[in-house]
Each structure stands twice: as structure tokens, then as C-alpha cells.
Design a protein around this ligand. Structure first.
Ligand code: HEM
Length: 120
């Protein structure tokens, strides 16, 4: 129904967990992007990312992580590396069975955060 949240439409917590697991897997197989995560706590990343995905899809979650500019500041993320990371997220969503229509809605929610991450 039209009153269902995007979170419910994609399959709720289980799908969010799958996207997150798949995304980390994709990152682990991408030497260029993996380098950024060399000193990172991957369990924390998974937890905060799944909260964020849940929140932007209007699920029953609160994002308890840091702001996107705080987190990504100092990494000097290039446009090319940003786009590469989005491709990994798309792979992760495809493998989790998220439809392209729903993927576009999720990416549209994340798009405004881009300016907080690039070249900072
Ligand atoms: C779609 C765009 C992106 C989103 C939605 C996103 C989201 C997040 C979130 C929610 C966290 C966890 C924050 C926390 O721990 O409080 C995080 C951490 C991180 N992100 Fe991103 N991110 C994106 C793009 C990127 C890109 C392009 C890179 C690098 C190429 C990157 C590198 C990292 C790294 C290395 C961490 C871990 C930081 C740490 O260890 O403290 N992210 N990201």
C-alpha cells in the first residue's frame, strides 16, 4: 500500500542487514576503497551504516553515528572514489534483491550527503 514506508517495501531489517553485509563484502574486494578502511572498526561501520539506511528509508531506527562531514573529513575523497563507492553500494543492493525503483529512492535520500564528503 502507499502508506508502507520504503523500509517496509524493501523488506525491513533483514534487507537492510543484507545490504550492509554485501556492501562490506564489496569493499573488501575493492583494493582502492578498502584502503580507506584500513584503520576502521568494521563492526561499528556496519552498525552505523545499517542505522543510517534504516533511518533514510523511514524505518524505526535512530542514527547514532557521527555526521557525514565529521566521519569523512580528512579523507580527501575524490569524485571518482565516491562514484566507485556508490557502485559498490548498488552491487550490494542488487545482490540483496532490491528493485531498481527502490534503489533509486535510497540513492536519492543519500545524494544530499555527497557534498559533505567530497574533497574534505
Ligand atoms: C554513499 C555514500 C556514503 C555513505 C552513505 C557513507 C556512510 C557512512 C557511515 C554511516 C559511516 C559510519 C559513521 C560512524 O561510524 O559514525 C561511514 C564511515 C566510513 N566511511 Fe563512509 N559513506 C559513504 C561514502 C564513503 C566513501 C566514498 C568513502 C571512501 C572512499 C567512505 C569511507 C568511510 C570510512 C573509511 C569510514 C570509517 C571511518 C572510521 O573508521 O571512523 N565513505 N560512512
Amino acid at each position: 500500500s502507499t502508506t508502507e514506508s520504503l523500509y517496509q517495501q524493501i523488506g525491513g531489517e533483514q534487507t537492510i542487514e543484507e545490504i550492509t553485509e554485501n556492501f562490506v563484502y564489496e569493499i573488501e574486494y575493492d583494493p582502492v576503497i578498502l584502503e580507506y578502511f584500513a584503520g576502521s572498526d568494521i563492526e561499528r561501520f556496519k552498525q552505523k551504516l545499517s542505522e543510517q539506511l534504516c533511518m533514510v528509508t523511514n524505518g524505526p531506527c535512530e542514527y547514532t553515528g557521527d555526521s557525514m562531514s565529521q566521519v569523512h573529513g580528512g579523507m580527501n575523497i575524490t569524485e571518482s572514489h565516491f562514484n566507485r563507492t556508490v557502485d559498490l553500494l548498488i552491487n550490494a543492493m542488487n545482490k540483496a534483491g532490491v528493485s531498481h525503483r527502490h534503489q533509486n529512492r535510497i540513492l536519492a535520500e543519500l545524494a544530499p550527503m555527497r557534498k559533505d564528503m567530497l574533497y574534505k
